[in-house]
Design a protein around this ligand. Structure first.
Ligand SMILES: Nc1nc2c(c(=O)[nH]1)N[C@H]1C(S)=C(S)[C@@H](COP(=O)(O)OP(=O)(O)OC[C@H]3O[C@@H](n4cnc5c(=O)[nH]c(N)nc54)[C@H](O)[C@@H]3O)O[C@H]1N2
Ligand SMILES: Nc1nc2c(c(=O)[nH]1)N[C@H]1C(S)=C(S)[C@@H](COP(=O)(O)OP(=O)(O)OC[C@H]3O[C@@H](n4cnc5c(=O)[nH]c(N)nc54)[C@H](O)[C@@H]3O)O[C@H]1N2
Ligand code: SF4
Ligand SMILES: [Mo]
Length: 726
């Protein structure tokens, strides 16, 4: 028996785990790591089941190749050669790529996703981001200059938290990395702070709050407009940071009186006014909006307003407000204007954001003939058949591709369309560093987890799989040595740093720095370089900055880098150097919000929900996590069910499709709203447990033709539906 410490890679909370393994490397126990300074022993049922997930017998252990509808096991050499042949037949611009959610949780995704995209030579780039947080990136890019400059609520110090469209008691936090989010919310209340939750459902988070506010789905932009309007009208603004566009914002919010907003969002006008006054009066306050406010038709406007209110109340960049983390691998942010729509999608002419096109138009790009039509697709850690809007259409589109390769541990609803599946090894066999998530942490913190279990001979890590795909895509062939790619990237990174005026390594020899790096893989070497070039890193000098891979390896429980500190104006990379409070593209979109004020509310709308023991589409194959309350049911208010004469089941119809679903009447959901979790509807897969709890896919009902126009983000909340007895 031995124990190992590592970060849980399953959600954004980055909890430290202590794993017990037997002599055959089987995980026999998982508990929270009490010595982790950030998570302090917290663990949830998913983390506790990591061993079951890791050793799931339905995970693929060797590559699969599909020939004439039949799958066969293949060697790695054979599989990479098949990929080389498949990609060679399709010119660069006709190759698409889709990166799914877990690629934000793996070192492979963080380090090799971008090189893979570059080497494909395509603009057909898609990811789960446009089914998730793209509005956040666009708002942050336009306001602060960089799409990753996203402030997070200073959870441990705030005196007032207004939370919209998030349910961290189930999801454990998103774009707000905070292990033991529930404990942190309880601590907020214990120290006399106030928590207000805005949600069409009385969630477990809402039940823990001081106040729960029901809101009509898709209308948070109106609530926030009403708050901003009140702050100006009652002269409660207190802007403490350098901004441009304050007068323009005041003009833009003028039409959105609390009365008008109340009619549109269903929150009473007096309550909107009170929330504005409370935010302004609190010693410190933060507004935080997540999935419920992103995956809606006014997603970018809502994200913009979240930070407009944070600025207007004087809470941006101050302790207890909304602050910018300073992650250990943060790179330099050059000042340049952030732009969206630098190019557009071929079929629906939708704007690019962050170099990506909306997943809502992926099926169009595969189905519609013409130059640039996607004929080959690479998916990495994604299951868009279940996760993209109108996944049923995507399911049909994928079946018509000339070539598809998937990097995924499972044969599932999406990967069954692939010609080659390349399975990454077990979680415990991979090194882990949270490049993305630590940039949103409520304390500055760093931790590296080296592999715990060694790889079977000949089996590549996911980092190597992606590096080899990148080399194949750039024409270097199936046999190319992936370390050449790492050296190329390292050389470039070090050269740039030594040429940057004012950099601590300015003028030094890149080769000398390269020789100082340590690491047992390309991924580790690159992590070491990023740490040393980062804000806490160093090269062995006596300047007190010494963070490096070696130091992290000596600190298996992670290192606390302290509470968040104010970072303005240095963190801003806008051309003006100030916060752009009124970016033109957003102001131009406010007209659409104003027009919709006149819309009649009526009929039922569909929203989603998440369950603690689920994770999007891919954890339904672990027996202890499914069943009980984790089921695919349609929540409906009992009065609505009674009025419609609905009993056990109902037929739900939308513009996109129709489903027969099991009902779960509950008075925790407001009238006129129904909720179905996504990620179910398991079919045609090797996941035997999931097949027994198949459920139905919410994305049969969601409509790919409607998006948030600025970010291209899919609309999952506020989907009009009708209900009828089954
Ligand atoms: N209706 C509705 N739809 C939604 C949402 C919603 O709220 N409502 N939420 C959206 C959101 S926020 C997201 S993030 C997306 C998620 O969308 P996706 O990322 O497309 O879907 P996931 O279900 O997360 O699928 C993850 C895939 O990665 C595989 N996988 C797991 N671990 C690894 C690994 O280490 N390496 C590799 N290579 N593969 C791995 C799994 O087997 C699975 O196939 O769904 C979106 N879809
Ligand atoms: N256990 C578990 N944890 C997860 C995941 C999971 O599937 N399961 N998924 C991970 C991923 S990919 C993500 S992105 C995060 C998401 O993390 P969160 O953003 O916290 O997502 P949810 O838990 O879905 O909570 C969203 C809430 O928004 C509400 N809502 C729906 N529509 C609206 C609306 O129009 N306005 C408002 N104000 N509220 C609305 C819903 O009722 C729901 O309670 O969770 C991550 N963590
Ligand atoms: S909260 Fe998230 S990171 Fe923590 S144990 Fe659960 S799944 Fe893992
Ligand atoms: Mo997500």
């Amino acid at each position: 028996m031995r124990t190992a410490h590592r970060t849980c890679p399953l959600c954004e909370a980055v909890c430290g785990l202590t794993i017990t393994l037997d002599d055959d490397d089987h995980v026999v126990g998982v508990r929270g790591d009490d010595a982790d300074p950030f998570s302090k022993g917290f663990i949830c049922p998913k983390g506790a089941s990591l061993g079951r997930l890791d050793e799931d017998p339905d995970r693929l252990s060797v590559p699969l190749i599909r020939e004439g509808g039949e799958w066969r096991e293949a060697s790695w050499a054979e599989a990479f050669e098949a990929v080389e042949r498949g990609l060679a037949a399709v010119p660069g611009p006709a190759r698409g790529v889709y990166l799914g959610n877990p690629s934000a949780h793996t070192m492979a995704g963080a380090l090799y996703g971008a090189p893979l995209i570059r080497s494909l030579g395509t603009r057909q780039v898609y990811s789960a981001s446009t089914a998730d947080q793209m509005p956040k990136h666009v708002a942050a890019g336009l306001m602060f200059g960089h799409p990753l400059t996203i402030p997070v609520p200073d959870l441990d110090r705030t005196a007032y938290l207004l939370m919209l469209g998030a349910n961290p008691l189930e999801s454990n936090g998103s774009l707000c990395t905070a292990p033991d989010f529930p404990g942190r919310l309880k601590a907020l209340r214990r120290r006399g702070g106030r928590l207000v939750v805005v949600d069409p459902r009385r969630t477990r988070t809402a039940a823990l709050a001081d106040e729960h506010v029901f809101i009509r789905p898709g209308t948070d932009a109106y609530l926030l407009m009403g708050i901003a309007h009140t702050l100006f009208a009652e002269k409660l603004t207190n802007v403490r940071v350098p901004v441009n566009g304050l007068a323009e914002v005041e003009a833009a919010v003028a039409a959105f009186t609390p009365g008008a907003c109340a009619a549109a969002c269903g929150v009473p006008a007096e309550l909107i006014v009170r929330l504005a006054r409370e935010l302004a009066a609190a010693p410190s306050a933060a507004v935080y909006g997540r999935i419920g406010t992103c995956t809606v038709e006014f997603g970018t406007i809502a994200q913009w307003l979240v930070d407009v209110v944070n600025v207007l109340t004087g809470n941006l960049d101050r302790p207890g407000g909304a602050m910018f983390p300073r992650p250990a691998t943060e790179g330099p942010r050059r000042r340049k204007p952030y732009a969206i729509g630098r190019w557009h999608s071929r079929v629906r002419h939708m704007p690019e954001a962050n170099g990506e096109l909306p997943v809502a138009t992926l099926a169009d790009e595969i189905e519609t003939p013409g130059e640039g039509r996607i004929r080959a697709l690479i998916t990495v850690a994604g299951n868009p058949v279940l996760s993209a809007p109108n996944g049923s259409r995507l399911d049909r589109a994928l079946a018509g591709l000339d070539f598809m390769v998937s990097v995924d541990p499972y044969l599932n609803e999406t990967t069954r369309h692939a010609h080659v599946i390349l399975p990454p090894p077990r979680v415990t066999q991979a090194g882990h560093y949270d490049f993305a998530l630590l940039g949103f942490a409520v304390r500055d913190y760093t931790r590296y987890s080296p592999p715990v279990v060694s790889l079977e001979p000949g089996r590549p890590t996911e980092a190597v799989i992606l590096a080899r795909l990148a080399m194949i895509a750039s024409g270097q062939g199936a046999g190319a040595d992936p370390s050449a790619l790492d050296e190329l990237i390292l050389g470039e990174m070090l050269r740039k740093a030594t040429e940057t005026p004012g950099s601590p390594v300015e003028g030094r020899d890149p080769a000398e720095l390269r020789a100082l790096l340590t690491g047992s893989s390309g991924a580790e070497l690159r992590l070491d370089a990023m740490l040393r070039l980062g804000p806490y890193g160093g090269w062995g000098g006596d300047d007190g900055h010494d963070l490096s891979l070696a130091r992290l390896l000596e600190s298996p429980h992670g290192i606390d880098l302290g509470p968040l500190r104010p970072r303005l104006p240095g963190i801003l990379s806008t051309a003006s150097g100030a916060v752009e409070l009124a970016p033109d593209p957003i102001l131009a979109d406010v007209g659409r919000l104003r027009e919709a004020l006149a819309r009649e509310a009526g009929g039922f709308v569909l929203i989603g929900r998440r369950h603690l023991r689920s994770n999007n589409s891919w954890m339904h194959n672990v027996a202890p996590l499914v069943g009980g309350t984790n089921r695919c049911t349609l929540q409906i208010n009992p009065q609505d069910a009674a009025e419609l004469g609905l009993a056990e089941q109902a037929v739900v119809r939308s513009a996109a499709g129709e489903l027969t679903v099991r009902l779960e009447p509950t008075d925790t959901i407001m009238r006129g709203v129904v909720s179905l979790p996504h990620g179910w509807g398991h079919a045609g897969t090797s996941q035997l447990v999931a097949a027994k709890n198949a459920g139905v896919s919410a994305n049969t009902l969601t409509d790919e033709s409607i998006v948030d126009p600025l970010s291209g983000n899919a609309v999952f909340n506020g989907v009009p539906v009708t209900l009828a007895p089954a």
